[in-house]
Design a protein around this ligand. Structure first.
Ligand SMILES: Nc1nc2c(ncn2[C@@H]2O[C@H](COP(=O)(O)OP(=O)(O)OP(=O)(O)O)[C@@H](O)[C@H]2O)c(=O)[nH]1
Ligand SMILES: [Mg+2]
Ligand SMILES: [Zn+2]
Length: 315
C-alpha cells in the first residue's frame, strides 16, 4: 500500500493512505543519506510503500519513494548522524521573533543553509509584533530589508492579536509548508490562529520562561481543507553543520554565490582572505549585508575548527 508519512516519532511513523486511513508503521533495516547515518530514516512528507500487519492498522514500511527535496540537520543527539526534518515540501516558513525569546544571532542564516541546497522557497515570518517596542520595530525593519533585498519573502504578524494572519494563510493554502524555528517563537500558536480546527498544543504564558520549553516534540503534518498541508515541527535550539563543507556554505549564501563569478578564484573563493574577492569588496561597499557576512564567517570558522580537531584525532 502507498501512503504519506504524517508523523515521525523516531520509533514509529503515522502513514496516511489515499482514502484517509491512518496506519502506525515501523521500519526495519538501516537507511543512509549520502555518507551519513540517519537518526530517523523516514521523514514527515515521505511517500512510502508499506505492508499492513495484523488487523489493527499497523504496518511495515518497505520502500521510501525518491524525494523531490528534504530538510536535514545534524542530529542534536548523535554528532555524526543526520536528522531528517521533512521531505517533499513546497516551501519553508521560518518563524522568528525579535523578543520573547530574542532572536538568536545567525539563526535565520543557519536555517537558510537547510533550504538553499534544494532551492526551497522561504517565507520569514516575524511573530509577536504586539510585543515590540520602538527599538524592536527598528530591528524588525532592518532584518526585513536585509532578507528582502536578497529575495526572501518576509512578513510581520501577531498570533495573539491576529495581525497579518489572513494574508499569511493565503500563502499556505494549496501548498505543503514546513513551519520551523526556535522554541517558543509561536509556531503552533500561529498555526492555530490560521487554522483553529487543529487546536495544537502550545505552551501557556504562565509556565513559559522566555527560553522555550519544547511544547511540540515531534514533526507532524496537518491537511488543510483548502488543499495543501502544513508540517508543525519542534523548536530548534542550535544548528551546526558538520555535514557541510566550507564550499557548501559559501555556495548557499545566495548573494555571495552570485557575486563569486567576479572573485579572482571564482566559485572556489571562500571570501575570507583571498585576493580580489568581490564579496569582501561588496561588504565594504555596503552592497552585501555586514550581518550576513559576519554570520557566514562564524559558520566557516566553526567548520574549520571542527575539521582541525577531526584531523588531529585521526593523526
Ligand atoms: N505576545 C504574544 N505571545 C505569543 C504570540 N504567539 C505565541 N505567543 C506565546 O508564545 C508562547 C509559545 O508559543 P508556542 O506556539 O507554543 O511556540 P512554539 O514555537 O510552537 O514552541 P515549541 O513547540 O516549543 O517549538 C506561548 O505562551 C504563546 O502564547 C504572539 O503573537 N504574541
Ligand atoms: Mg509548537
Ligand atoms: Zn570571494
Amino acid at each position: 500500500m502507498k501512503g504519506i508519512v504524517t508523523k515521525s516519532t523516531g520509533s514509529w511513523y503515522a502513514v496516511r493512505t489515499e482514502d484517509n486511513t491512518l496506519y502506525e508503521c515501523r521500519i526495519v533495516g538501516k537507511f543512509r543519506l549520502k555518507d551519513f547515518e540517519l537518526t530517523n530514516p523516514v521523514a514527515v512528507g515521505d511517500m512510502v510503500e508499506f505492508e499492513p500487519e495484523g488487523s489493527d492498522n499497523k504496518g511495515l514500511i518497505r520502500k521510501i519513494h525518491s524525494r523531490s527535496n528534504y530538510i536535514v540537520r545534524q542530529s542534536p543527539r548523535v554528532k555524526h548522524h543526520l536528522h531528517l526534518i521533512a521531505a517533499n515540501i513546497d516551501q519553508a516558513v521560518i518563524i522568528v521573533t525579535i523578543v520573547q525569546p530574542s532572536l538568536k544571532p545567525g539563526f535565520i542564516d543557519r536555517y537558510l543553509l537547510m533550504t538553499e541546497p534544494h532551492d526551497i522557497p522561504v517565507i520569514i515570518v516575524f511573530n509577536k509584533v504586539d510585543l515590540y517596542d520602538e527599538e524592536s520595530m527598528e530591528t524588525l525593519q532592518y532584518f526585513r530589508k536585509v532578507y528582502e533585498s536578497i529575495g526572501y519573502r518576509t512578513c510581520a504578524v501577531s498570533a495573539l492579536e491576529r495581525t497579518g494572519i489572513e494574508s499569511l494563510k493565503k500563502e499556505l493554502i494549496g501548498k505543503i509548508s514546513l513551519i520551523g524555528g526556535q522554541s517558543g517563537v509561536g509556531k503552533s500558536s500561529l498555526v492555530n490562529a490560521m487554522f483553529p480546527d487543529f487546536d495544537l498544543k502550545t505552551s501557556q504564558i504562565s509556565d513559559y520562561s522566555g527560553k522555550g520549553v519544547h511544547t511540540t516534540t515531534f514533526a507532524e503534518m496537518y491537511h488543510l481543507d483548502g488543499g495543501g498541508s502544513i508540517i508543525d515541527t519542534p523548536g530548534i535550539k542550535t544548528l551546526t553543520f558538520n555535514n557541510l563543507t566550507v564550499m557548501d556554505v559559501a555556495h548557499n549564501f545566495r548573494e555571495m554565490f552570485a557575486l563569486s563569478v567576479h572573485c579572482r578564484f571564482g566559485g572556489s573563493c571562500t571570501h575570507i582572505n583571498e585576493p580580489q574577492c568581490a564579496v569582501r569588496k561588496a561588504v565594504e561597499e555596503g552592497e552585501i549585508s555586514e550581518i550576513r557576512y559576519q554570520n557566514y564567517i562564524t559558520i566557516i570558522d566553526e567548520l574549520n575548527s571542527q575539521n582541525y580537531w577531526e584531523r588531529k584525532k585521526n593523526m
